[in-house]
Design a protein around this ligand. Structure first.
Ligand code: TXA
Ligand code: MG
Length: 422
C-alpha cells in the first residue's frame, strides 16, 4: 500500500499534464448504439463500420494500458483493464481519486463474471434472481474477492469486489471487443458531479485522456445501485441507492421467494435501516469520507418538508432577501440556477422576483422522478458552465428514484434551507 500511495502522490502531481505517450488533445469518437446487438448467449454483432472502428481504437488504447471514457446507461465511465494494476492505477491519477476508494469491475457476459469469481463459489438464490432481472443494467453486486486474480488497487483492501454488467450497448461492446473486464468509476475529476454526456467528460478531462466514446446522453443519469448480499443473514444491504430502485429489488425478491421454504430476504438501506462502523471508516460508499458530486459553485438544498426542531422555515421572499444580502456575486445582478420540477410551487414564487437573473434547467415534473434523476448531474454541470453564482435544488420525496436523487443532492449541497409557502 505504501508503494501505491507514493505512486499516486507522484502521478497526481503530474496529472494535469499529458502523460507518457498520451496526446494533449482528446479525441471524441461517435458510436451508434443502434448498430450494436447482443445475442442471448452474449455474442456481439456491430453493423456500423465507424462504430466498430471506434470500439477497436478504444480497445487498443485500453490494451496499451491507457484509460478510455465510455458511455454507460448510468453515467460515463473511465475504464481501464481491471486485471492489470498499472492500467487501473492510471484511473486514480487521471481522476485524482483517493487510493482507498474501490472500483467497480464491468463485465459483458455471465461467462466473464465467472472468470472473476473464486473457484467453488456459487451464487445465492437472491443473487441469481437479481442478476436474472436486472443484468445487464444499473445494479452492482459485491462478490467475494479472489485476491490472487484481482489487483488490490481495485478493491482498496476490501475482502469483496464490486461487479456489474452495464446495459449500454457501447459499454458492453467495448468490454466484449477488448475481451477483458474493465474497472470504471465515473469519468469525472474526483469530487465533481458525474458526467452524463460526452461533452461533460471533455470539459473536465480534455488533454488527460486520449479517447472518449460518445454514445449520446445517459438514460438513467445516476450511478448504479451498489448491493451487498454477502452477509450470513441473507439480507440485501443497499450501500448506494442508484439506477435500480429499492422498491424494484423488493418486488423481485418477494415474487422470487414466494414459493421457497426460506424467508424472503429483507432489503436494508445503509444509514436509513442500518449503520455499519466499518463502512463509515472506509469510503466504501461514495460521499462517506470524501466530498462528492459538487460543482464549483455553491449548491443549496431547498426543503419544503417539516423542518427539524429548532429550525424556523423562511418564506420565499424572506429567503431571497437573505440571499441578496449574503451572497457575494461578481456581476451586477445575482445569477441563480434552479433545479426544480417544472410544476414546482416554490419555483413559481421565487421567479416572481425580477431583480435576480434566474437560470432554469428543465427538470421534469414532480411526478417524474426518473426524469429528474436523468437530468440532475447534467443540470449541475450545465448551470455551473453558465456561470451562475448559486444553484438551488428542490428536495424530492425519498422514494423510488427519489432515494438516489436525494442521496446525491445532499452530498452536492453545502447547505439546506427550509421553506414554507404562506
Ligand atoms: O453506475 C456506476 O456504477 C458507474 C458506471 C461508470 O458504471 N460507476 C461508478 O463508479 O459510479 P464509482 O467509482 O464512481 O463508484 C463506485 C462505488 C465506489 O464509491 C465504491 O465505494 C463502491 O462503489 N464500491 C466499489 N467496490 C466496493 C467494495 N468492494 N465494497 C463496497 N463498495 C464498493
Ligand atoms: Mg463517481
Amino acid at each position: 500500500m505504501n508503494v501505491l500511495k507514493r505512486y499516486l502522490k507522484f502521478s497526481l502531481k503530474r496529472s494535469s499534464q499529458p502523460q507518457g505517450t498520451m496526446a494533449a488533445a482528446t479525441q471524441v469518437l461517435a458510436c451508434d448504439s443502434t448498430s450494436i446487438i447482443f445475442s442471448l448467449d452474449d455474442q456481439v454483432a456491430i453493423s456500423s463500420p465507424e462504430t466498430l472502428a471506434a470500439l477497436r481504437t478504444a480497445a487498443s488504447c485500453l490494451k496499451d494500458l491507457f484509460p478510455v471514457a465510455f458511455p454507460t446507461e448510468t453515467v460515463y465511465g473511465l475504464g481501464a483493464i481491471a486485471l492489470n494494476a498499472t492500467a487501473a492505477l492510471k484511473i486514480f491519477s487521471t481522476k485524482g481519486r483517493p487510493a482507498d476508494n474501490p472500483l467497480i469491475v464491468h463485465v459483458s457476459s455471465r461467462r466473464m463474471l465467472q472468470t472473476l469469481l473464486p473457484q467453488n463459489y456459487t451464487l445465492s438464490p437472491s443473487y441469481e434472481l437479481l442478476i436474472e432481472h436486472f443484468w445487464p443494467g444499473p445494479l452492482t453486486l459485491l462478490f467475494p474477492c479472489d485476491h490472487s486474480l484481482i489487483p488490490d488497487i481495485i478493491t482498496a483492501g476490501q475482502p469483496t469486489v464490486a461487479i456489474r454488467m452495464p446495459s449500454h450497448p457501447v459499454a458492453r461492446a467495448l468490454i466484449a471487443v477488448t475481451d477483458a473486464p474493465l474497472a470504471a468509476p465515473s469519468a469525472n475529476s474526483s469530487g465533481k458531479p458525474s458526467p452524463t454526456r460526452a461533452e461533460h467528460v471533455l470539459n473536465d478531462l480534455n488533454g488527460k485522456i486520449t479517447i472518449i466514446l460518445d454514445g449520446g446522453p445517459c438514460e438513467v443519469g445516476l450511478e448504479s445501485t451498489v448491493v451487498d448480499g454477502l452477509h450470513e443473514d441473507g439480507n440485501i444491504r443497499i450501500l448506494r441507492p442508484g439506477g435500480i430502485t429499492v422498491e424494484d429489488i423488493k418486488r423481485v425478491l418477494v415474487k422470487g421467494f414466494s414459493d421457497a421454504n426460506t424467508p424472503i430476504p429483507q432489503v436494508l438501506v445503509h444509514r436509513r435501516d442500518f449503520r455499519d462502523d466499518a463502512l463509515e471508516q472506509a469510503p466504501t460508499t461514495p460521499g462517506m469520507k470524501y466530498r462528492h458530486y459538487a460543482p464549483s459553485v455553491p449548491v443549496t438544498l431547498m426543503r419544503m418538508s417539516d423542518a427539524p426542531l429548532g429550525i424556523e422555515p423562511l418564506s420565499p421572499s424572506a429567503f431571497l432577501q437573505d440571499l441578496k444580502r449574503s451572497m457575494p456575486h461578481s456581476s451586477d445582478i445575482l445569477r441563480v440556477g434552479l433545479l426544480m420540477p417544472s410544476d414546482s410551487i416554490l419555483m413559481k414564487s421565487l421567479i416572481n422576483d425580477t431583480t435576480i437573473q434566474w437560470h432554469e434547467f428543465p427538470f421534469g415534473l414532480v411526478s417524474e422522478p426518473a426524469i429528474i434523476a436523468r437530468r440532475l448531474f447534467d443540470g449541475l454541470l450545465t448551470l455551473e458552465r453558465e456561470g451562475v453564482d448559486l444553484i438551488l435544488v428542490e428536495e424530492v420525496p425519498e422514494e423510488n428514484e427519489g432515494l438516489a436523487i436525494m442521496n446525491r443532492v445532499k452530498k452536492a449541497a453545502g447547505s439546506s434551507q427550509w421553506i414554507t409557502i404562506p
